[in-house]
Ligand binder design. Structure first.
Ligand code: ADP
Ligand code: MG
Length: 326
């Protein structure tokens, strides 16, 4: 009898402690975030999700160029005037962004940002900007005009009117930070999905791996590949949400910092990498580099893979990606 009771007790414990998936969807950094944790009960899950939300809001405050009081705005306001002292965290993020600029021959460049005076992707643009306007504007773009002083922890934009922006790397960075914070608090598994910037750790409650569905944007309802993401990040940049059509041609919100013109030809780029920050930046870079150069560069980087869909609906993959189309 006693044996029986003990067994029953154990069974109750194991069912109330069994792990479940808890997810919250909310708007952060101007985008949709889905935060998922695997936990034993709703209260605990909610506490952890709150921690992730606070972390993402903290980062947004630091890197937002919309927030007039952020350190990033202070750097931009002082372009061509003086260096600005910033937190080590922001300094390091800018340092890594410049490294990625070097890695991509300038295709990725956080100083693209002043181009937002010329190109607007909110439906307000009715005609092509003139060549002169673009030329004048792109003269203020260039990562070599960002001067870092590690000792003083200062950032100086040397050109007047210059701006930096983290639109192509910030969500990935926030996803990495939120994930690492939750891991450090003991959360065994989860997903941070920042509008397509996905970062996973651990496994699903049934022991299976997290999987990501890659969809063809030219046929939205049709996921064409289901790929496992094990302890890594996968990021998709697409021009099917933010773009402008001028003279019948579709221009993406990703600008080539070297010419000042939006990139064309690619509708979606998905990058797999150990960190969301790098995946995010590289997905944007692939748009600018184009299919051939983009794939070449990705193939040179260990542990990084890429899937590109061009504007004709063709799929191009890096060397080690295998897509099972069935
Ligand atoms: P999304 O945020 O839509 O997923 P991305 O991660 O590709 O897309 O980032 C695109 C954003 O990055 C643009 O909206 C803009 O803010 C910024 N950006 C555009 N061109 C560049 C570039 N060449 N290098 C760095 N950032 C860029
Ligand atoms: Mg990006």
């Amino acid at each position: 009898m006693r044996f029986f009771i003990t067994l029953l007790f154990l069974a109750t414990i194991s069912s109330s402690f069994s792990q479940q998936i808890y997810k919250r969807t909310l708007k952060l950094m101007g985008s949709r975030f889905d935060i998922t944790v695997v936990e034993k009960d709703k209260t605990t899950a909610n506490q952890y999700i709150n921690i992730a939300v606070e972390e993402i809001q903290r980062i947004e405050k630091l890197i937002s160029s919309w927030d007039k009081n952020s350190q990033t705005s202070l750097i931009n306001d002082n372009a061509g005037i003086k260096p600005v002292k910033v937190d080590a965290e922001l300094f390091d993020l800018i340092f890594r962004a410049i490294q990625i600029s070097k890695l991509t021959d300038g295709a990725f460049d956080i100083s693209y940002a002043s181009m937002d005076r010329i190109w607007k992707f909110d439906n307000s643009m009715k005609e092509m900007p003139s060549e002169e306007e673009i030329k004048a504007s792109v003269a203020r773009v260039g990562y070599s005009y960002i001067i870092l002083d590690k000792k003083k922890s200062t950032v100086f934009l040397t050109q007047k009117g210059m701006k930096i922006g983290f639109g192509a790397i910030g969500k990935g960075y926030a996803a990495d930070k939120a994930k690492n914070l939750l891991i450090s608090k003991g959360v065994k598994a989860g997903i941070i999905n920042a509008s397509g910037d996905m970062n996973t750790w651990g496994k699903q409650p049934d022991g299976s791996e997290w999987k990501v569905a890659i969809t063809n944007p030219l046929n939205k309802n049709n996921a064409f590949a289901l790929l496992p993401v094990v302890e890594k990040a996968v990021v998709t940049s697409g021009n099917y949400e933010k773009y402008v059509i001028l003279d019948g041609k579709r221009y993406s919100h990703i600008i080539d910092p070297r010419t000042g013109y939006p990139s064309t030809g690619i509708v979606s780029a998905t990058v797999f990498a150990p960190k969301a920050e790098l995946a995010d930046a590289l997905a944007t870079s692939v748009f600018v580099m184009g299919i051939e150069t983009g794939l070449n560069r990705i193939n040179q980087l260990k542990g990084i893979e890429c899937i590109i869909i061009d504007d004709q609906g063709n799929i191009h993959t890096s060397d080690h990606i295998k897509i099972d189309n069935k």
